[in-house]
Ligand binder design. Structure first.
Ligand SMILES: Nc1nc2c(ncn2[C@@H]2O[C@H](COP(=O)(O)OP(=O)(O)O)[C@@H](O)[C@H]2O)c(=O)[nH]1
Ligand SMILES: [Mg+2]
Length: 330
């Protein structure tokens, strides 16, 4: 399961957002972790078609990192797979653009510090041999970008360079999403968007925390009062999942319908391994059909009877929305 660290300036609403996520999901074993289901309407549709007894969604873990942007907090953000930046758009003196710039500056600075240490050591090793030299050159290049106050994701880095840098866990290479925590006055249709990049997701964290604790009809009523159609929380979860560069494949049958996550670009055996290591070791082939085609066919058995199932081998790159049945022998 991937982890998303909630980051932002003090009082931006990180803990309030985290509280909403906790109510929507379950505590991930620790008080500052929330494990939530990734909303995916395909699960219900397939479970209905196949009369599955169980439905299982993919999950993401959110972490309200103690210490925030302090050195201790920054160290923990390095272990995260993605960052969810929260900026305050409610209340007096709100300056979301300024907050975003401050968070980015902190991340750039943190990367600069960690690369500085690495660069010193790599330069020494570079005198000893070619391998150290390559590493030193990559670090020099990255350092120059950060020194120019730009995040590493904006640098033009190739696959080998990224590999060297990933060893340092740079924060400015992590995928991120931006959450604009807006006030009640800025909600509903016609309200002006906060002055942020277009990809920002506007939510009202305290309203979300309230709604997350209610049953569906009460939640809908409360949201309607604010002119909002759906809870923003699911949009935040879905956006984080997308940012992680994962794809979802599904399995379905009478026992269960389930969504699984795998790295984009993964081949069929790797995807099989997400289900169980035996399925990867003993992988023979995968029966596959795109979700939309399965729905058109009516059911897995009907798709099979009609010859609509593809038979894919070890070299097949799994596609978003594939419904798979792994054939294996151990
Ligand atoms: N009006 C309003 N207040 C909020 C909202 N989100 C958080 N707050 C308040 O802002 C303060 C800081 O929130 P908190 O979640 O603790 O911020 P953190 O420091 O980023 O964890 C608290 O008093 C919250 O009740 C919101 O969406 N609207
Ligand atoms: Mg907090």
């Amino acid at each position: 399961m991937k982890s998303v660290g909630i980051i932002g300036m003090p009082y931006s609403g990180k803990t309030t957002l985290f509280t909403a996520l906790t109510k929507a999901g379950s505590a991930g074993g620790r008080s500052n972790q929330a494990v939530v289901e990734v909303p995916d309407e395909r699960i219900d549709a397939l479970a209905h078609i196949e009369a599955s007894k169980k439905r299982v969604a993919a999950k993401v873990r959110f972490v309200d990192v103690p210490g925030g942007l302090t050195a201790q907090g920054i160290a923990e953000f390095r272990n995260m797979d993605a960052l969810c930046i929260v900026v305050r758009c409610f209340g007096a003196g709100a300056d979301p653009g300024g907050e975003l710039a401050s968070v980015e500056a902190e991340l750039v600075l943190a990367d600069l510090t960690s690369l500085e240490n690495g660069l010193g050591k790599a330069r020494k090793r570079a005198r000893g041999g070619a391998e150290g030299k390559v590493e030193a050159e990559v670090l020099e290049k990255a350092y120059a970008v950060l020194d120019g106050e730009r995040p590493l994701r904006e640098a033009d880095l190739d696959g080998d360079e990224l590999k060297v840098l990933r060893g340092y866990g740079p924060l400015t290479l992590k995928p991120w999403i931006l959450v604009a925590n807006i006030g009640e006055d800025a909600m509903g249709a016609g309200a002006p968007a906060p002055p942020l990049p277009g990809t920002a997701i506007a939510i009202n964290a305290s309203l979300e925390a309230e709604v997350a604790g209610l049953d569906d009809s009460d939640a809908a009523e409360l949201l309607e009062g604010f002119g909002v159609e759906e809870p923003g929380l699911s949009r935040v979860i879905a956006a984080c999942y997308r940012a992680l560069d994962l794809i979802t494949f599904l399995t379905t049958g009478t026992d269960e319908t389930r969504a699984w996550e795998v790295r984009r670009g993964a081949k069929a055996p790797e995807a099989a391994g997400v289900i169980h290591t035996d399925l990867e070791r003993g992988f023979i082939r995968a029966e596959a059909i795109a979700y939309d085609d399965l729905v058109v066919a009516g059911s897995w058995d009907e798709a099979k009877a009609a010859g609509r199932l593809r038979v894919e081998g070890k070299g097949y790159a799994v596609q978003e929305g594939d419904v798979l049945n792994i054939r294996f022998a151990v």
